[in-house]
Design a protein around this ligand. Sequence first.
Ligand code: ATP
Length: 371
Amino acid sequence: APDTAVGTAAHALELRDITKRYGAFTAVDGVSLRVDRGQFLTLLGPSGSGKTTILMAIAGFVAPSAGAVLLDGRDITGLPPERRDFGMVFQGYALFPHMTVAENVAFPLRVRGLSRAAREEKVRAALDLVQLSRFAGRRPAQLSGGQQQRVALARALVFDPDLLLLDEPLSALDKKLRAELQEELKALHRRIGRTFVNVTHDQEEALSLSDQVAILNHGKLVQVGPPEALYERPRTRFVADFLGKSNFLHGMVREVRPDHIALQAGGTRLVQAMREGHPAPGMPALLSLRPEKIALLGEEDGAENEVTGRIAAWAYLGAGYGLTVATADLGEIRVALPAWRAPIAPREGLPVRLGWSADAAVPVLEDADGG
Ligand code: ATP
């Protein structure tokens, strides 16, 4: 089919309407996705949303109840895992404790019957790639958690797979180490140009590593796109909420103009730039407003949207302040205030005026299942 021919050129991996049922329970519900060659795709969602099941279906360990997995346009749905030849770094897919680092990394090459000389060269290259050459003779127990993860990565990459599958590879590490390894993983991906599919429930990791993020909830694909697009233009309340903090403002549409809508929230009038969809006058609308898009206005300042309130709570966060402002018409509003933009020192009960521009918020849909 012409569709398949196009797929062959552009998409390294394609999921077509994948469903996985366990008895009456649907773990994955009609998920379709395309990953271009060399892209980094992350499956992101809360616990139980079906991320691992999808990854296992790609790997071949889980047989979908319906749908197809295509590699370079070829249907591989029925192919056993060992014949897919993907690199994998899974939770609990541990290193062999009795083998040295070099032996661990060489293992996939021995299974594939490579000569000793060929193995040694590839192991050296893979260990160089993750900067662990000097630990080649150690055993896993003599390495830190981050180093062990890098060995697992080297072992997954040593046979130069087209596709690398990662299931929460960094989740067991502490925050600082995780951030370091995230940067390394990203640099590694750029360097080797292979296709990566990663699973995580960590939104920061998903945003910082990926070319594309696929957001899952209750087994369904909710939205997929580049990190900036998802963060700036979430389609639903769930996506906005899951991908960072947000305020949700309820209003009634009063006026619809070509480039903006006017909303009424109690006694407060809101002006909102048009995005997609045209809510009709008289209809309720829901806006997502990120805390960092809100400014604390000084006496002389004005903004397209303004609301007054009092600081109900605040916290110093190093790079700035996190404020919770109680307002009469919009409820509690969270504000992220960079330290250099804080005109006052926050204190509880302080009256403040908040401001944001018409394009700061995004209209979002209330999720069908309530969130
Ligand atoms: P986590 O982040 O907690 O790993 P996840 O998004 O990866 O979650 P999955 O492991 O894909 O979620 O599981 C999705 C749903 O399918 C869960 O509700 C889980 O309990 C269910 N499930 C997974 N495997 C099986 C199985 N073998 N039998 C029955 N139910 C299963």
